[in-house]
Design a protein around this ligand. Structure first.
Ligand code: PMP
Length: 360
């Protein structure tokens, strides 16, 4: 077996132990004579899986009881529409902070349903920083404030949680999900696509404060109505059973690795190794405001497109794959999610050092 280090922004690496556990249980899940891929979502075995996944998620993220945990479909992008349909129902206004392409897409989608306002934007500097915001920056009667916590494409992350006062705060945490502790009580809703840190693709996990539910617009498609999903315990229709099972395995792995404190320590060590190298490199530059750097997505450029492309190509030949930056900005990006081991980042830094020596 020759596994590569995969630095993809998502879908991304899963821990080897998780894959091996899934392999061991693949044909006969806990003696029931069938695979999780085959079993009914109404079976007692699957009921155990989804309940355990929820319990682990609550335990690991410290999700208070007054929050519903939902397993949803349609990717994070579907929530861009579901969020205004469910929550833009008081004043019809909502504030969006535009810190990158995903926040912008969410804002554009919300604008179809109501008065979606741009509370702030960092587009003036190619999304290389996170605006500093306080209560005065938000529309007092907004139905919610929306942020994208970690900006996968640009490699930035909020170093703080904006104080929105009484306005419910909603965050897309797709690319920093379960990478470190997060105070869920500061949010009315957090949600994320699972395909980076939580599971393979096909699943969104959300925590929503219960008082937010029940006011969806009449036109809200049933599947996008969070109250209906909550009342059905995420089983309104057939969920992605196998992905939810993989999510359970990932959550068990997080617990075995010291919970979110342990995971954070691992992630900090990996990110430090890479950023320290970039800071001393004369060839590569990280274009992000230092205090807003993402611990998950590390972007860097040489300033020469051809050299960037050569670097991506030579890295792949060494088993360091998917280092190409997002097609919209180019350069390189190493996504070092939970499952990327320290050794993978070490190998990457060694490779970049050699590349630098060879090209200076
Ligand atoms: N939000 C963020 C922060 C993302 O990185 C992505 C995808 N990479 C999305 C939303 C869209 O996710 P999906 O493909 O699950 O719709």
């Amino acid at each position: 077996m020759n596994r590569v280090y995969n630095f993809s922004a998502g879908p991304s690496m899963l821990p080897l132990e998780v894959l091996q556990k899934a392999q061991a249980e693949l044909l006969d899940y806990h003696g029931c004579g069938q695979s999780v891929m085959e079993m009914s979502h109404r079976s007692k075995e699957f009921d155990g899986i989804i309940k355990e996944a929820e319990a682990l998620f609550r335990q690991i993220l410290n999700v208070p009881e007054e929050y519903k945990v939902l397993f949803l479909q349609g990717g994070a992008s579907t929530q861009f529409a579901a969020i205004p349909l469910n929550f833009m129902n008081g004043s019809g206004k909502a504030d969006y902070v535009i810190t990158g392409a995903w926040a912008k897409k969410a804002w554009q989608e919300a604008a179809k349903y109501g008065d979606a306002r741009k509370a702030a934007s960092s587009e003036d500097k190619m999304f290389s920083y996170i605006p500093k915001l306080g209560r005065a920056d938000f529309t007092p009667d907004a139905d919610y404030v929306y942020i994208c916590m970690n900006n996968t494409i640009y490699g930035t992350k909020y170093p703080y949680i904006p104080d929105t006062g009484d306005i419910p705060l909603i965050a897309d945490v797709s690319s920093c999900f379960l990478s470190e502790p997060l105070d869920v009580t500061k949010f009315a809703m957090i949600y994320g696509g699972a395909q980076k840190n939580v599971a393979p693709a096909g699943l969104v996990v959300a925590a929503i404060r219960e008082d937010m539910l029940g006011n969806a617009r009449d036109i809200t498609p049933t599947m996008l109505n969070y109250k209906i999903q909550a009342d059905a315990d995420s089983l309104y229709n057939t969920p992605p059973c196998f992905t939810i099972y993989m999510c359970k395995l990932m959550l068990e792995w997080i617990l075995e690795n010291g919970g979110l404190q342990g995971i954070k320590a691992r992630n900090e060590k990996k990110a430090k190794l890479l950023y320290d190298y970039l800071d001393r490199s004369e060839l590569f530059k990280n274009p992000v405001n230092p205090e807003d750097r993402s611990m998950m997505n590390v972007t860097f450029v040489t300033g020469d497109k051809d050299l960037d492309a050569l670097c991506v190509k030579e890295a792949a030949a060494e088993g360091l794959v998917n280092l190409k930056g997002h097609r919209s900005i180019g350069g390189l990006r190493a996504s070092i999610y939970n499952a990327v081991p320290y050794e993978g980042v070490e190998k990457l830094v060694n490779f970049l050092e050699t590349f630098e020596t060879n090209h200076s």
